[in-house]
Ligand binder design. Structure first.
Ligand code: C5P
Length: 235
C-alpha cells in the first residue's frame, strides 16, 4: 500500500495471475520493527507494501468513534466490508479524511488488538489484503501474512525482539513525535497485546512453519533489511 490507493473489497484482482506475483511476508509481535523493515525492503525491490495492521487500526478507530462493541463480529465485518482507505505519500485517508495520526494512537492500537480477535472481521479483511498482490511484488507485514493471508509467500520472515527493547523503541518513537509516554505503561501494553495476539483462536500470532525467524534485539534496522534482502535474492 505504498503510495497507492487500496482497492475496495470486492473489486477484481489487479492481475489474474496474482499467484505468480512474489510476496515477502513479514510477521511478528507489536513494535518488532516490521513496518519499517517492510517499507525499506519494498523500496529496495520496487515492490508495493501492505501494512495490514493499519487496516485493523482503521476498524478500531471507527469502532471507537461509533461506539461499536469491540466484540461485535457482524457489525465490525460490515464496517470492514465498506472500507476504502487510501495510502498515499505516507498518509492514510478514509473518505477524504486524514487519519494518519489518529490510527497511531495507543487507544486505537489497543482497540485494533481487540477487534483483531474477531473472526468475522478477519474474514472480511482477507480480500482487501489479497488484492494488494500486484506485479512486480508485495511486501506484507502483520501477524498472519505467512500463515493465513499469503500462505504461498516466497519468503516468510518472523521478526521478533525482546519485549523490553521493543518498549524502549516505541517510547523513543513516541517521544520523537512529541507524545508523552512512560516505559512501564508501554511494557504492560505490549505484553497484553502480545498475549492477546498469540492466544486468540483466529489467526494467532505464530511463526509459519516455513518462516525464517530473525531476532532483531541487537540488530539495527539496516542489518535486518540487509538480511531479508539477502534471503530474498538467494531464493
Ligand atoms: O501492526 P500493528 O501494531 O499496527 O497492528 C495493530 C493490531 O492489529 C495488532 O495489535 C494486532 O492485534 C492486529 N493485527 C492482526 N493481524 C495483522 C496485523 C495486525 O491481528 N495481520
Amino acid at each position: 500500500m505504498n503510495a497507492a490507493p487500496v482497492s475496495p473489497a470486492g473489486a477484481a484482482p489487479a492481475d489474474s495471475s496474482a499467484a505468480q506475483v512474489p510476496v515477502i511476508a513479514i510477521d511478528g509481535p507489536t513494535a518488532s520493527g516490521k513496518g519499517t523493515v517492510a517499507q525499506r525492503v519494498a523500496a529496495a525491490l520496487g515492490f508495493a507494501c501492505l501494512d495490514s495492521g493499519a487496516l485493523y487500526r482503521i476498524v478500531g478507530l471507527l469502532a471507537l468513534e461509533r461506539d461499536t462493541d469491540l466484540d461485535d463480529g457482524p457489525r465490525l465485518a460490515a464496517l470492514a466490508a465498506r472500507l476504502q482507505p487510501r495510502f498515499e505519500d505516507g498518509q492514510v485517508l478514509l473518505d477524504g479524511r486524514d487519519i494518519t495520526e489518529a490510527i497511531r494512537r495507543e487507544d486505537v492500537g489497543r482497540a485494533a488488538s481487540r477487534v483483531a480477535a474477531v473472526g468475522p472481521l478477519r474474514a472480511a479483511l482477507l480480500a482487501l489484503q489479497r488484492q494488494q498482490r500486484r506485479p512486480p511484488g508485495l511486501v506484507a507485514d502483520g501477524r498472519d501474512m505467512g500463515t493465513v493471508v499469503f500462505p504461498d509467500a516466497c519468503l516468510k520472515v518472523y521478526l521478533q525482539a525482546d519485549v523490553r527493547v521493543r518498549a524502549e523503541r516505541r517510547l523513543k518513537q513516541l517521544i520523537e513525535k512529541g507524545y508523552s509516554a512512560n516505559l512501564a505503561d508501554l511494557l504492560q501494553t505490549l505484553r497484553e497485546r502480545d498475549q492477546r495476539d498469540q492466544t486468540r483462536d483466529c489467526a494467532p500470532l505464530i511463526a509459519a512453519e516455513d518462516a525464517k525467524v530473525l531476532d532483531s534485539t541487537t540488530l539495527t534496522v539496516e542489518e535486518v533489511v540487509a538480511q531479508v534482502l539477502q534471503w530474498y535474492r538467494g531464493l
